[in-house]
Design a binder for this molecule. Structure first.
Ligand code: PDD
Length: 283
């Protein structure tokens, strides 16, 4: 496997992280996950725009332009012969003896990335998943795709231990998002999701779903809703780069609708599948 580490394409032995890396000490950095379909990066512009925005929000200057980052990602896809999979890229503030404040002598962010083959999660996409409500104890800047994911990690683990695929974050009586996904409810044909505030990550797949709703003339409303309202939705689903559009069939053991993936969700899944790069069939 070929990795990217500070300007080099190298094998794992070539990737050495300093003990003084601020990512290691503080989770002081930002990241992205970009899907690859048929050897092509999907919505790369949107992901790398968000990486640059996340870096700006934490006052980090990335050592590469957006175009260079897309070039690095494309090179990794090629070098590792990725067909269906994803690339992971992160940038930490850099290497410096541990102090909470930024290093006095400026350091260059450490950029690392890898590409991996990873099939589409078709079973979950077809059958749906169960979710568990978890208290959202994360910080108030969930709009930043930060390496600091302890709140997300603990929530996902709690969900897994309860036999669920995802945690449904609730803060102050409002449904926010999943631990690594955005969530949507459908009531009487209208799709509802939490507005893109500082309290959720504005997912790239979320934005794709908004666009698909517009194209399919499905009403879409960014509006807060409660867990009780969530339980009375006709359909529910989550989105992320790797999960695509995955139906949610139960919340805390209560079935949503008839406990099966719903028709509007399926319509959106079909529309999603139509716009991803598909393999060119051999004659
Ligand atoms: N997670 N909300 C959170 C908290 C996330 O971590 C993610 C993505 C999303 C969905 O964003 P997008 O559609 O851009 O993938 C929403 C990635 C996949 C991860 O951490 O692995």
């Amino acid at each position: 496997m070929i990795y990217f580490m500070n300007g080099q394409f190298t094998d794992q032995e070539g990737c050495t992280i300093s003990i003084d890396d601020r990512g290691y000490y503080f989770g002081d950095g930002v990241y992205e996950v970009v899907k690859v379909y048929n050897g092509e990066l999907y919505t790369a512009e949107e992901h790398f725009n968000r990486l640059v925005e996340s870096a700006e929000k934490v006052k980090m200057v990335l050592p590469y332009s957006k175009e260079e980052l897309i070039g690095i990602a494309s090179e990794l896809v090629k070098a590792n012969q990725i067909e269906t999979g994803h690339i992971y890229i992160q940038a930490t503030r850099g290497v410096s003896p541990r102090t909470h404040q930024f290093p006095e002598i400026p350091v260059t962010p450490v950029v690392t990335a890898y590409a991996i083959n990873n099939p589409r999660p078709l079973k979950n996409i077809e059958e749906g998943v169960r979710v568990k409500i978890v208290d959202d104890v994360r910080w108030l800047r969930c709009d930043i795709k930060s390496l600091n994911l302890l709140g997300n990690v603990l929530a996902k683990q709690e969900a897994f231990e309860a036999g669920c695929a995802e945690a449904l974050f609730v803060r102050d009586g409002i449904v926010m998002e999943g631990s690594s996904s955005n969530v949507f409810g459908i009531k009487n044909g209208t799709v509802y999701t939490h507005p893109a505030t500082n309290l959720i990550l504005n997912g790239i797949t979320r934005r794709v779903v908004m666009k698909l709703c517009e194209e399919l003339a499905i009403p879409f409303v960014e509006k807060e809703f409660t867990p009780i309202e969530a339980l009375s939705m006709d359909e529910f689903f989550l989105t992320s780069t790797t999960a695509e559009i995955t139906p949610i069939v139960s919340i805390d053991g209560h079935p949503i609708g008839n406990g099966q993936p719903g028709t509007v969700t399926k319509q959106l899944q079909e529309a999603f599948a139509r716009q991803i790069p598909v393999p060119v069939k051999a004659n």
